[in-house]
Ligand binder design. Structure first.
Ligand code: ATP
Length: 220
C-alpha cells in the first residue's frame, strides 16, 4: 500500500509559517508520502489577490525547497477560469486511480466547506484532514455535523487503507498568522521576519509586491 498524498491548497498570498508548520506536522504525523502545495489560480471565494500568480508560485516554491516531501503543483494556475477544488481532485484522481488522497484543510476552511462547489463530491474523491486548534469543537449539527457522523474517523490507518471518503481531525501547533494580517503588516512598514521563511521575505522585499509606494523600509 502506497502512502497517501496530502493536498494543501491555498491562495498563499503569501505562504507563511502557519501553512508550513501545519503541512510539516501532517506530513510526519500522518506518514504521508508528500504534501503537495497547490496555489490557487482564480479562487472562487476571493475577489482579489495581491501578488501576481507568478510571484505567489515563486514564493511557495522558495518556501518548500529544502523540505523533503514538500512539492509544488501548479495545475490550478495553468487552468484558465475559476479553480474549483472538486475539479482539481477529479484531475488528480484520474492520475492516481487507487491512491489515497488527503485534502488538508485548516478548521476555518473546513467550516466554510458547505459553500464550496459540489462539496459533498469531494469525499468521493479524497479524504479530508482538518487541522484544528486544541480545544476547538468539530461541528455536531448542520450539514457538517451530518457528514462527520457518516465520514468521521479517529484512525490514521483508514486514511492509508482507503483511497477516499473519511474525515480525520488532527490537532496541530497553532501559529496565529494569516496572509491578510501579513499584508497589512507589510503595507504599514512592518517586517515579516520569522512569520515567513527567509526566502519568502526576500522575495517580498525585493519585489515590493505588498508594500505601498513608501512602504517598508526594512533591513536586508
Ligand atoms: P487569508 O488571510 O488571505 O485568508 P490565509 O492565511 O488563511 O489567507 P490561505 O492561503 O487562504 O491562507 O489558506 C490556505 C489553507 O491554509 C487553508 O486551509 C487555511 O485554513 C490554512 N491556514 C491558513 N492560515 C493558517 C495557519 N496560521 N495555521 C494553519 N493553517 C492555516
Amino acid at each position: 500500500m502506497m502512502r497517501p498524498i496530502g493536498l494543501f491548497g491555498g491562495t498563499f498570498d503569501p505562504v507563511h509559517c502557519g501553512h508550513l508548520r501545519t503541512a510539516f506536522e501532517l506530513l510526519t504525523e500522518l506518514q504521508l508520502a508528500e504534501v503537495r502545495f497547490l496555489p490557487t489560480g482564480s479562487p472562487p471565494h476571493r475577489d482579489q489577490m495581491y501578488a501576481s500568480p507568478e510571484l505567489r508560485l515563486q514564493m511557495v516554491r522558495a518556501a518548500v525547497t529544502d523540505q523533503p516531501g514538500f512539492v509544488v503543483d501548479d495545475r490550478e494556475m495553468r487552468r484558465s477560469g475559476v479553480s474549483y477544488s472538486v475539479d482539481t481532485l477529479a484531475d488528480l484522481r484520474r492520475e492516481y486511480p487507487q491512491r489515497s488522497l488527503c485534502l488538508l484543510l485548516g478548521m476555518d476552511a473546513f467550516l466554510g466547506l458547505p459553500n464550496w462547489h459540489r462539496w459533498r463530491d469531494l469525499l468521493t474523491l479524497a479524504h479530508i484532514v482538518v487541522a484544528h486548534r486544541p480545544g476547538w469543537r468539530v461541528p455536531t449539527t448542520g450539514p457538517l455535523g451530518e457528514v462527520m457522523v457518516d465520514h468521521g474517523t479517529g484512525t490514521i490507518r483508514e486514511l492509508h487503507e482507503r483511497p477516499a471518503g473519511r474525515i480525520y481531525v488532527r490537532a496541530v501547533t497553532q501559529l496565529e498568522i494569516s496572509s491578510t494580517e501579513l499584508r497589512t503588516l507589510i503595507v504599514g512598514g512592518g517586517d515579516p521576519r520569522y512569520l515567513v521563511p527567509d526566502a519568502v521575505r526576500r522575495i517580498i522585499l525585493d519585489t515590493r509586491c505588498y508594500a505601498s509606494a513608501h512602504g517598508a523600509n526594512l533591513s536586508p
